[in-house]
Design a protein around this ligand. Structure first.
Ligand SMILES: [Zn+2]
Length: 228
């Protein structure tokens, strides 16, 4: 593997895998139902209630998010969001999502969003709420028109495994995503390495890896370390 300057790490914006990788900053997603004791404080974490896992006890999970975010290694709220293919009725999903948007604002932590067939609803929410925190569509795989619509409201986009399918919407939209809105991720795919995602993104955008690292490191520092 290529050696990179320590200032430029591979940023993996969203994964469920706890494996530590050299030269890599990884935001590991945990569900808020995990108990406090299970949290490994050496990892950077996002904590949320996934729309698939919203049940009658989700308000307890929201309390758990508040508890967990007292730890400095929790740097984002999520993944949370809306899924029209799976999970409880959309109105319940929306209620839980809005509660997590509130937490993201109160705790001043960016929001990592799971979205299936609900881009217009989520874009409208950001338009109406006008939050101060960044919102990142993780696993973004939607047409250019959706990306452009979301850009009007300052969304960020994290792309991953869909880039390996040349006919995917993700592959087609990637070259049009502005540099300062872009992240890359492996999500829950155990075979995928973050390095291979950067290589694929570099090939699609015709940007060399070092430039891509610089671009995404800047975005990471701006959103998660408070740099401007
Ligand atoms: Zn995920």
């Amino acid at each position: 593997m290529k050696k990179i300057a320590p200032d430029y790490m591979y940023i993996n914006c969203h994964t469920h895998n706890f494996r530590q990788i050299d030269n890599c900053i990884t935001i590991i997603n945990i569900d808020a139902s995990n108990t406090y004791q299970h949290i490994d404080r050496s990892h950077l974490l996002s904590v949320g209630v996934h729309p698939w896992h919203i049940d009658d006890s989700y308000t307890e999970k929201l309390d758990n998010i508040k508890k967990l975010t007292q730890e400095s290694n929790v740097i984002a709220i999520g993944e949370c969001g809306l899924d029209k293919h799976r999970g409880p009725h959309l109105s319940i999903q929306q209620e839980a999502f809005i509660a997590q948007i509130d937490l993201s604002e109160k705790l001043q932590l960016p929001l990592i969003i799971h979205c299936v067939k609900a881009y217009s609803e989520i874009i409208k929410l950001r338009k109406d709420i006008d939050p101060s925190q960044a919102w990142i569509f993780h696993g973004f795989n939607a047409p250019i028109e959706t990306m452009e619509q979301a850009l009007k409201y300052d969304f960020h986009f994290s792309l991953g495994h869909s880039l390996f399918n040349p006919s995917s919407k993700a592959s087609q939209v990637l070259p049009f995503i502005p540099n300062n809105r872009l992240f890359l991720e492996t999500d829950d795919n155990p075979q995928l390495t973050i390095q291979s995602v950067y290589e694929k993104a570099s090939e699609i955008t015709k940007t060399n890896i070092d430039d891509l690292l610089l671009i995404i490191n800047r975005n990471y520092k701006r959103l998660f370390n408070g740099d401007t």
